[in-house]
Design a protein around this ligand. Structure first.
Ligand code: DGJ
Length: 557
């Protein structure tokens, strides 16, 4: 899978050379990443437990934003793009509505998708398309009218008490067939209409599972529930799995939830596989989470979705799905970090497709990057009239988007580098926590010290922390004594492990070059702005509210 190790060595060598001869701005040029007229298909790569999303043949970091649910209509887009442009997002996550895409059975309307492709290219933004189809937040409200008018053919599940629940049945062959047919039509269209890969990934359904019933209790479901557990799932349980048994026998009190997870995942896995057969873009499923620290019973959260306890079931049931992604609306950072830990696994690339981006929450982008995320994307970032709660602002203005915009402005010049270096394990990134005003990042021969609320012109005294936890920092090593450093509301300094004194040999501030916008180029192009020295380096590297990106060469004396 790994295709770029040789490229890394070449780039690192070039970086060292450039430091010596005077920071040539095109030092990272890599012939292997050169653009061709037909760039290679985006794909997910894994190596030694780390992950990268390759776009145009090189790792790409999704600096994302998701619009509101009803913002993907052409008439709304003029209120979406200004927010995306203001944010410096390189990727827009935007729905494709089944009800719009297939207004009559097997008649597909690609006009809205084409509008999205065209406008995204104009704005130099990539797309992650969200297939709002059989499941949207556990319901089936995006099924086309011609399906909604046939509730017996496209049924909802039945609850324990025998009444219908507002959630589609995963055991309905007609719905599976219809969804797979429509999704295949979408992927087929993308294959022909998007040779430049404006669309880099597809989300299949949206927060699937069921609220209001742990599973389907229809007669058909009851029959399957009391039938043997499928061998594929027993196999996924590992060597201690029983050789046979029905769901209650094998899974006891977890049987209801596991049964539902298996069937929802099987359904969606088949939809994804059908789409991939015509156009194999990376595909993922997002999850409404259960409490990662104190999970209650399955009927207290969305049952059947890819919650942390059933990731293994989803992996076994839906191999066409490349990754399972957490929608993190948890407010406290202990839970936020726990979710990142639960979903960032050797067999699952970490991607945060929905989260809060308001105020201090924006710093948690760096917590995700610190765990090797391939992307991070807050929900509800557009200027349509509806401002939803997750962004945390009663009315969306540029001020309320600013904390996310700051992140993306800092990361934009080095987006490709951060993705590449994270893939090889050379990035450390942190977000301030209220009880942690000093964080230490260990790079072996160097420690990076990130402090919050340090006195401006002093190297002594304990840092006080910011009045709100808004600090964030990223340090990425490019060579033995060379780093990319960026941050907000913090100071970053370095300490050599040898016990000698740290010397800033050279600190360059860079800005994104136009050619690097949205990762149009498979390498980073950035412009040299100035050398930092004097007050800017004497006390460490002080980052304020201004997004600044530095490349740092260290020495000792
Ligand atoms: C999570 C869903 O996935 C989104 O589509 C949206 O409904 C948000 N919740 C709203 O908070």
């Amino acid at each position: 899978m790994l295709t770029e190790t040789g490229g890394n060595r070449k780039k690192l060598a070039l970086f060292a050379l450039a430091a010596l001869v005077g920071w040539m701005s095109d030092a990272f040029a890599d012939a292997s990443a050169a653009q061709t007229t037909e760039p290679p298909l985006p794909y997910l790569a894994g190596n030694a437990g780390r992950h990268a999303l390759f776009v145009d043949g090189a790792p790409f970091l999704i600096l994302g934003a998701q619009c509101h649910n009803s913002s993907a209509w052409p008439s709304m887009l003029p209120k979406v793009w200004p927010a995306i442009d203001f944010l410096h997002a390189n990727t827009l996550e935007i729905p494709v509505y089944w009800e719009q895409f297939e207004p009559e059975p097997a008649k597909f309307d690609t006009t809205v998708v084409d509008t999205l492709l065209k406008q995204a290219r104009l704005h130099k933004v990539r797309l992650v398309l969200l297939w709002f189809a059989t499941w949207k937040n556990g319901s089936s409200h995006y099924m086309p009218l011609w399906m909604k008018s046939q509730p017996d053919k496209f049924p909802r599940i039945i609850g324990r008490n025998g009444s219908r629940v507002d959630s589609p049945s995963p055991l309905a062959p007609a719905a599976l067939e219809a969804d797979a047919r429509a999704f295949t039509a979408l992927m087929r269209h993308l294959k022909s209409a998007d040779p430049q890969h404006t669309v880099i990934m597809v989300q299949v359904e949206n927060e699937p599972g069921s609220w209001g019933s742990v599973r389907d209790f229809s007669p058909q479901a009851e029959k399957l529930f009391n039938a043997p557990v499928p061998p594929d799932l027993l196999k996924a349980m590992g060597p201690n799995a029983p050789s046979a048994g029905n769901w209650p026998e094998v899974f006891g009190t977890n049987a209801d939830e596991f049964f539902h997870a298996w069937h929802v995942a099987r359904f969606i896995g088949q939809v994804a596989a059908a789409g991939k057969a015509v156009y194999p873009l990376p595909m993922y499923v997002n999850a409404a989470l259960r409490d990662p620290l104190t999970p209650g019973p399955a009927d207290s959260y969305e049952s059947g979705g890819a919650t942390d306890n059933v990731l293994w079931i989803w992996k076994a049931a839906a191999p066409a799905i490349d990754l399972l992604a957490p929608d993190i609306y948890q407010n406290d950072s202990a839970r936020y970090h726990k979710v990142l830990e639960l979903y960032g696994r050797p067999d699952n690339a970490l991607f945060v497709p929905e989260t809060r981006g308001n105020g201090p929450a924006a710093r948690l982008c760096f917590a995700a990057l610190g765990r090797g995320a391939i992307g991070w994307s807050p929900f509800g970032l557009d200027f349509t009239a509806y401002a939803s709660e997750p962004i945390g602002a009663p009315r969306l203005t540029e001020d309320s988007l600013a904390p996310v915009a700051q992140n993306y402005k800092m990361l934009e010049p080095i987006m490709r580098e951060v993705a590449r270096l994270n893939f090889q394990g050379s990035v450390q990134a942190v977000a301030e926590e209220p009880d942690e005003s000093l964080q230490t990042l260990d790079f072996g021969n160097w420690k990076a010290l990130v402090s919050y609320g340090a006195a401006p012109r002093s190297r002594t005294g304990a840092p006080a922390g910011n009045s709100q936890p808004v600090g964030r920092a990223l340090v990425a090593r490019t060579a033995e004594n060379q780093f990319w450093v960026t941050g907000l509301y913090c100071r970053v300094d370095f300490q050599p492990a040898s016990g000698a004194h740290r010397d800033f040999l050279r600190v360059d501030e860079v800005a994104v070059a136009q050619s690097s916008k949205s990762g149009d180029s498979a390498q980073n192009d950035y412009n040299f702005l100035r050398i930092w020295n004097g007050d800017e380096t004497d006390w460490g590297l002080n980052f304020s509210s201004a997004p600044q990106t530095l490349r740092v060469v260290l020495g000792t004396y």
